[in-house]
Design a binder for this molecule. Structure first.
Ligand code: NDP
Ligand SMILES: O=C1O[C@H](COP(=O)(O)O)[C@@H](O)[C@H](O)[C@H]1O
Length: 512
């Protein structure tokens, strides 16, 4: 949350399109219930679920209750809270491709507004297939669902297009109905506690900001790894792949947060302006440059935590000749004054050894003159920003190994904020829905961010479609193809181990 926009939550009606879907059940209902328990939703709100399934209000309430139980957000002692929350839920069955259905949605929303004495503020949350984003928005206009009495906000899920042109088309469509400041494009990574903390770590600490540039930083490494495979999402993933699914949005958002200049004020547009400038300076690769800077991989059979798993091409609904990448690593350059010459390495993939998201900053080493470790080197200082599963920061320094003469050992200053029992930071969706209720769009993506991100990604996907660079296999349970490691070795560095992995253990032994 932007600290200068602590607006109170106003009463509102959330019209949730796609209310019987996976995202609604796994993330959105738990987030809404937690906001209710925390008093953020207050007493004056209504949630109108919309989907095709023919459900009564009570059957819909049961669906929400089941999802809270299934995803572990309801304990026995919360029955009273649930009963109160359930009273605010209603459901309208509708085929959203049919314009005639919107009159019913409108009437149901009005009924709830009158029942709860709401002011007519409306959030239209599109948790539906991306192909429906545009048509449904136009129906919202034609069906006069926009409130004339209060504010209107459109929350739109990812993916926002599949390339620059389709994203622009979608944006042109939704802009016929909602102004840019009414549009909340979700990138759930921006709702993560430690992603939001990057700004604070950087701009509220005197010992980081002066060093945060190409004079002192050697490189930045951003990893987002998953152990899961494609699961039941092959239909979507086959058309998307890791580049569109993770790089165009989440990975580039983390790059922006790490690289942006300090905003003039902690205000939404000032922050977004600085993020956009990073994308403007992000070097775009020509097709022939892609192979040298971007590695694409696809998992083959292997083992995850001792369990054998099949390769991507053997997964249900995946083509046996699929060329979809399940792993991407890349070397990015931000050609501006602060970052010239500093590589930002990113990597993301499915079926990797651990589920983790972490950003590591490797500082330049001091002259190797006075002090060495037992291998004759001076270890670089490292700063890790741990986003998942631990939330915290860790700083690696060199210190004298106790009891030895002049031998150095790295020591770690480790702060973990979610290691304390009972600490429970809000989940990304909870935080983002709260921000939307409060009218704070700082941690949502503005159109120019989305469009520039596609402009970076499009030549890469084009090069891959033209098979200019190879798709490299990697066994499930590994850190991706060898080419990913070679890319860093050529630059005299390596992927530093992610926290909690066996590589980290091994690294410690080696260092000492
Ligand atoms: N699931 C996830 O983890 C994530 C999803 N997203 C995005 O969120 C959105 C929703 O995803 P997800 O929940 O997984 O998708 P699902 O396929 O599980 O759900 C789609 C929802 O849309 C409804 N729907 C489909 N067609 C119509 C129609 N013609 N009229 C009315 N309702 C319709 C379905 O209801 P019914 O079947 O009853 O018609 C269902 O409620 C997508 O844009 C996805 O990319 C983003 C990040 C993660
Ligand atoms: O947006 C997406 O993100 C998830 C990973 O999110 P995380 O919060 O669990 O790190 C990824 O699994 C999915 O493919 C992608 O669509």
């Amino acid at each position: 949350m932007n600290t200068q926009s602590l607006n109170a939550t106003e009463s509102s009606t959330i019209i949730l399109f796609g209310a019987t879907g996976d995202l609604a059940r796994r993330k959105l209902f738990p987030a809404l219930f937690r906001l209710f328990k925390r008093g953020i939703l207050g007493e004056k709100f209504a949630v109108l679920g919309v989907a095709r399934k023919d459900l009564s209000t009570s059957a819909f309430q049961q669906l929400v209750l089941d999802s809270l139980k299934e995803f572990g957000h309801l304990s026995g002692s919360e029955q009273t809270e649930w009963d109160k929350f359930a009273g605010h839920l209603d459901y309208a069955s509708a085929d959203l491709t049919q314009g005639s259905t919107y009159q019913n949605i409108k009437e149901r929303a009005e009924q709830m507004e009158s029942k709860f004495g709401l002011q007519g503020n409306r959030i239209f949350y599109l948790s539906i297939a991306p192909g429906l984003f545009g048509p449904v928005t136009i129906h919202i206009k034609d069906g006069e669902l926009r409130s004339a009495k209060g504010w209107n906000r459109l929350v739109i899920e990812k993916p926002f297009g599949r390339d620059f042109h389709s994203a622009q088309e979608l944006n042109d469509t939704i802009s016929q109905v909602f102004r840019e400041e009414e549009i909340y494009r979700i990138d759930h990574y921006l709702g993560k506690e430690m992603v939001q903390n990057i700004e604070v770590i950087r701009f509220a600490n005197a010992f980081f900001e002066p060093l945060w540039n190409n004079r002192y930083i050697s490189n930045v490494q951003i990893t987002s790894s998953e152990t899961v495979g494609v699961e039941e999402r092959a239909g979507y993933y086959e058309k998307s792949g890791a580049l569109r699914d993770m790089v165009q949005n989440h990975m580039l958002q983390m790059v922006m947060m790490m690289a942006m200049e300090p905003p003039s004020r902690l205000e939404t547009e000032a922050i977004r302006d600085e993020k956009v400038k990073v994308l403007r300076s992000l070097r775009r690769y020509k097709q022939e440059e892609v192979a040298a800077h971007v590695v694409r991989g696809q998992y083959v059979a292997g083992s995850i935590k001792g369990e054998q798993v099949v390769g991507y091409r053997e997964e249900p609904s995946v083509s046996p000749a699929s060329m979809t990448e399940t792993f991407v690593s890349a070397k990015l350059f931000i050609d501006n004054f602060r970052w010239a010459g500093v590589p930002f390495y990113i990597r993301t993939g499915k079926r990797m050894p651990v589920k983790a998201t972490e950003i590591l900053v490797q500082f330049k080493s001091l002259p190797n003159i006075l002090y060495f470790n037992k291998h004759g080197n001076l270890e670089p200082n490292l700063l890790s920003i741990r986003i998942y599963p631990q939330e915290g920061i860790c700083f690696q320094l060199n210190a004298k190994k106790p009891g030895t003469d002049g031998i150095l050992a790295p020591i770690a200053m480790d702060f973990c904020q979610n290691c304390e029992a009972g600490f429970n930071s809000p989940e990304a969706y909870e935080r983002l829905i709260q921000d939307c209720l409060e009218g704070d769009s700082t941690f949502f993506t503005r159109w120019d961010e989305v469009s520039l991100a596609w402009k970076f990604v499009d030549p890469i996907s084009k090069a891959w479609a033209d098979e200019i660079s190879e798709l490299q296999p990697y066994p499930a349970g590994t850190w991706g193809p060898q080419q990913s490691n070679l890319m860093l070795q050529q630059d005299d560095t390596k992927w530093w181990p992610v926290h909690g992995t066996k590589e980290e253990e091994a690294n410690k032994v080696m260092v000492y």
